[in-house]
Design a binder for this molecule. Sequence first.
Ligand SMILES: Nc1nc2c(ncn2[C@@H]2O[C@H](COP(=O)(O)OP(=O)(O)OP(=O)(O)O)[C@@H](O)[C@H]2O)c(=O)[nH]1
Ligand SMILES: [Mg+2]
Length: 178
Amino acid sequence: MDNNRLNTLKLVIAGPVGAGKTTAIRSLADMEPVSTEMALTDGAMGEKTTTTVALDFSTVLLDDGTPLLVYGLPGQERFDHMRPIVISGAVGVIVLLDGSDAKVTTDCEHWLDAVRSIDPTLPVVVGVTKTDTTANFHMGQLREVVQRSGLPIPVFTVDARDREQTAHLVRALLVSLG
Ligand SMILES: Nc1nc2c(ncn2[C@@H]2O[C@H](COP(=O)(O)OP(=O)(O)OP(=O)(O)O)[C@@H](O)[C@H]2O)c(=O)[nH]1
Ligand SMILES: [Mg+2]
């Protein structure tokens, strides 16, 4: 898609199951989002009973008037064929991670690699959710992993349920577009 012709930027939210990609799009959305949720076959993860099987989509109008097209990826590896399709035409990617998951650092490496393998030039910001419920979350370890990637990628904590915090993450990505 030619973003310049549309004059609306396309952003994608990537990351593992349960990071909060669908939730973040719901928080930001200025319409009822397009969603492709199906029941989690292995049973609910706490309050989460569904998983994205194709994509999420919504238009978003930031408070400063910036219009955006925001897409979400499925976290499950078996839907990885959706990644290049959904990322096509995007100007940047938010990698959202579940801070309550013990494998948050390996998830981070995995998703940064996944995005880079599709388009190594795409600007990325990292958001870490669920740090409110994670007493021993170590931001330092995650920052090390991100620094090792060799790219200037900002890392923030975010509650995907909160519109302001999620919009802040989006703005950080827009700033990094220059
Ligand atoms: N406590 C807490 N819960 C959060 C936070 N962010 C998101 N959640 C919850 O975590 C769950 C995330 O679920 P989804 O948004 O479906 O996750 P997803 O990343 O779209 O997952 P898949 O589509 O399965 O890949 C929801 O139940 C949210 O309410 C946070 O910062 N703190
Ligand atoms: Mg989802």
